[in-house]
Design a protein around this ligand. Structure first.
Ligand code: ADP
Ligand code: ZN
Ligand code: ZN
Length: 743
């Protein structure tokens, strides 16, 4: 027995993906301790209840809080090296504390799905074909009687650096022919690790544009501070060349051997964005987003973890990607709400990335044309460097915003006469119109003319949306789908009609008004299939005149140079939201959509259709712009003691029983409020706006404070209380720290 073994701590503390806010102790059997060096971050199989589970070692320990007799030994060790690095383990532990979320769930969230399921953390290997010396010299005519073998050998002869199995498949070469050639000693196979697969070609074709003075100033600031922790807010109007600025800084860091993580919103990663990185950098780029298969995601993770990938472009969960030489984190469209996870482990990827960068002493760059109120406040208070780009890059100009008063006007398919006239002119100039309506489907409501019946979801307190093309009624809250009906279930009348418009309806109606114009709809329904978005954007670039109709998907990051007119069909949609963030979101959305107009040489024009043209918010946004709007909005938040000036936590409870969730939260408030610090303010419990969702009745309680510490303490008490009291009930609870939704 080695000396090392004798000194090795006899216990490990393991995180398991279970909803318990605790670690689990296991013994290390001698047989395992003799052969392996256990480290935090390695996965282990352990007995749990009557079954066995995969867990991650969080710590080695000399003692256990349990009776040693009852501590079970671990079953097997899954890794030779940690899959959660020390750096990421610290980040996970911080996140579990800050978000009051079970550590096991946090750690498992940080791993790619396949690693959660026990897959080896190793590159897959693939066989590559090579010629033997005989195979290289063999004249192809000698195989004329075996054409498949002839094709196969020819292809491999043409690839002196080898031909991958995958490539052979694409070239339609017969696998059997390859095997025969191998048996004849003309070919040989060699397994190669996936990461050596792609050879990079030198293709730095694009000459970067000369920076304008604002871009230059921002770039210099970022370069000067590139080796230390700091957060910069790159606040630039749409099309001002923000991307160009961070590409410059990235280029320098990559030259210095660093890796850069670029975070993008969930549906904001366009094929155009990727292409822009590819033509600029002759280096390995990996993607990490929800449209990839589990294996593709693991491959990307391994390439980042091994340091091979220099650029990692990913959505929210990429905040946890291991990268040994990480040199900077860029968060593009930092205001986007998809950075916050709305279920389970409710973290904010931006805030997590900042925490991570601080620990690594590297910079963070937040970019947006419409920064979140949180980041603007940090800019105003000089915690973030606030770098402004107020000019559009190149020759493009900021589009003009015009309100169209809908009061008393006759509308054609939801359009004012002015909007239709402008649309016609724009199309005649062979330019493109973008129509924004943040409502997918054909119509939001189906109603009976005889008895007033409305099609509603059986599981939620909402109406079903009509999808004519799919012939369905669809609940956008719980995803329930039913066949579209034509007879009223209450009175058997056949006079059912739709109320309101969705993108699908606009598309149908405009195709009768503008017969020869290509009409492209971009929403979640039309882009479900993997390559659909790429095909749509390709079409948009192919045509000169076109009508694009879309939801907020269209607002994100796209660059359509020929769009010169933007019509916002319903500018009032977000004006009367019950959430205090409603105004901020509306202003961001309108500004982002408007920013799609006139991004190239031709000037842009934006029409906002509204029934409230004199509403202070719409007026301010049109005349003074987003920054002014936001600063006014922040003053209001301050006077009302709302975030970001106060910190907030929301506790949600839900139950299949109508009153249970509400009663539980009321009992909690009763028990705990006397124990809370005087600096903590409670509101509720109150019912969610959509009380019943997917069959669950939902209630919330809000708690806020100007100080983090008392808020954190109160939250800890609530979490402990709820964990105790929900053990017997069928009530689920969730803690949402820094919530973005409060209803
Ligand atoms: P943003 O990220 O702010 O929306 P981009 O970086 O995408 O802006 O720039 C918008 C367009 O202007 C792009 O086509 C880009 O290539 C171009 N561009 C950026 N900077 C310059 C510049 N200094 N001179 C000319 N064109 C530029
Ligand atoms: Zn009816
Ligand atoms: Zn529903």
């Amino acid at each position: 027995m080695s000396e090392a073994l004798l000194t090795l701590p006899p216990y490990i503390k393991v995180a398991l993906p279970v909803p318990m806010r605790t670690l689990f102790d296991y013994k290390v059997p001698k047989a395992i301790a003799l052969r392996h060096e256990l480290k935090p971050g390695m996965r282990v199989k352990v007995p749990f209840g009557k079954s066995s589970r995969l867990g991650v070692i969080v710590a080695l320990s000399d003692t256990s809080d349990w009776d040693p007799e009852h501590v079970k030994p671990l079953t097997s060790l899954q890794d030779e090296r940690p899959v959660i690095t020390q750096e990421l383990m610290a980040l996970c532990e911080w996140a579990a504390r800050y978000y009051h979320h079970p550590i096991g769930d946090v750690i498992f969230h940080a791993l790619p799905v396949l690693l959660r399921k026990g897959e080896n953390a190793e590159f897959r290997t693939e066989n590559w074909w090579f010629t033997t010396p005989q195979g290289q010299q063999l004249p192809l005519e000698q195989l004329s009687r075996a054409p498949r073998q002839q094709d196969f050998l020819k292809a491999v002869q043409q690839h002196p650096h080898g031909l991958s199995q995958h490539a052979a498949l694409i070239l339609d070469l017969a696998p059997a022919a390859g095997k025969t050639l191998e048996e004849k000693g003309l070919l040989r196979r060699e397994p190669r690790s996936f990461n050596k697969g792609g050879e990079k070609h030198a293709h730095q074709t694009q000459v970067p544009p000369t920076l304008n003075p604002e871009q230059m100033h921002a770039t210099e600031h970022l370069l000067d501070h590139r080796h230390e922790f700091n957060v910069a807010l790159l606040d630039g109007v749409t099309g001002s060349g923000k991307t160009e600025v961070f590409l410059r800084v990235m280029a320098r860091l990559i030259e210095e051997g660093k890796q850069v993580l670029v975070m993008v919103p969930e549906i904001g990663l366009t094929p155009q964005t990727l292409k822009r990185f590819e033509i600029r950098f002759n280096t390995d780029i990996v993607l990490m987003h929800s449209n990839m298969s589990d294996r593709e995601r693991l491959d990307a993770w391994l390439l980042a973890a091994s340091g091979h990938a220099k650029i990692i472009i990913g959505t929210r969960s990429a905040a946890f990607i291991p990268a040994p030489n990480l040199g900077m984190i860029v968060i593009d469209e930092e205001h986007d709400t998809s950075y916050k996870q709305h279920e389970g482990f409710r973290y904010h990827a931006r805030d997590l990335a900042i925490k991570r960068a601080q620990a690594l002493n590297i910079p963070v760059l937040l970019a947006s044309a419409t920064p979140s109120y949180e980041s603007l406040t940090n800019g105003l208070q000089k915690r973030f460097a606030w770098l402004k780009l107020r000019q559009r890059a190149g020759n493009a100009h900021i589009p003009e915003m015009e309100r169209v008063d809908l009061r008393g006007k006759t509308l054609v398919h939801g359009f004012s006469e002015q909007a239709l006239a402008n649309m016609t002119l724009c199309l005649e100039r062979k330019e493109q119109v973008l129509i924004f309506l943040n409502r997918r489907g054909y119509a939001p409501t189906l109603m009976c003319h005889q008895c007033g019946w409305i099609a509603a979801c059986d599981h939620c307190d909402v109406n079903l949306t009509v999808h004519k093309r799919a012939n369905k009624l669809h609940c956008h809250h719980c995803d329930t789908q039913k066949a579209l009906i034509h007879t009223c279930p209450e009175c058997q009348s056949e006079e059912l009609f739709t109320v309101g418009e969705g993108t699908e309806q606009i598309e149908t109606q405009l195709s009768t008004l503008f017969k020869d114009v290509p009409i492209l709809r971009i929403d979640r329904d039309s882009t479900q299939r993997k390559s659909a978005m790429a095909k749509l954007t390709k079409k948009i670039h192919e045509h000169d005149q076109a009508i694009l109709i879309g939801t907020q998907m269209l607002a994100k990051g796209h660059h359509f140079p020929n769009v010169t007119l933007v019509i916002i069909m319903d500018a009032d949609a977000g004006l009367f939201s019950s959430d205090f963030r409603g105004m901020e979101r509306t202003a961001q959305l309108i500004t982002q959509v408007a920013g799609r107009a006139g991004r190239a040489k031709k000037p842009g024009h934006v029409l906002l259709q509204t029934y409230h043209p004199d509403h202070a918010a719409i007026e301010c946004l049109c005349n003074l712009g987003y920054e002014h709007f936001a600063i006014d909005g922040l003053a209001e938040r301050k006077s009302l003691s709302l975030p970001p000036f106060y910190h907030q936590v929301i506790v949600r409870a839900e139950s299949g029983n109508e009153h249970e969730a509400m009663q539980l939260l009321a009992a909690m408030r009763n028990d705990l409020e006397p124990l809370f610090s005087k600096d903590v303010y409670l509101v509720g419990p109150y019912a969610a706006i959509i009380v019943r969702k997917a069959g669950q009745h939902r209630a919330l309680i809000s708690i806020k404070s100007a100080h983090r510490v008392p808020l954190h303490q109160a939250t800890q008490m609530m979490s402990d209380w709820l964990e105790q009291s929900t053990r017997q009930h069928r009530i689920r609870f969730a803690i949402d720290v820094d919530p973005l939704e409060t209803y």
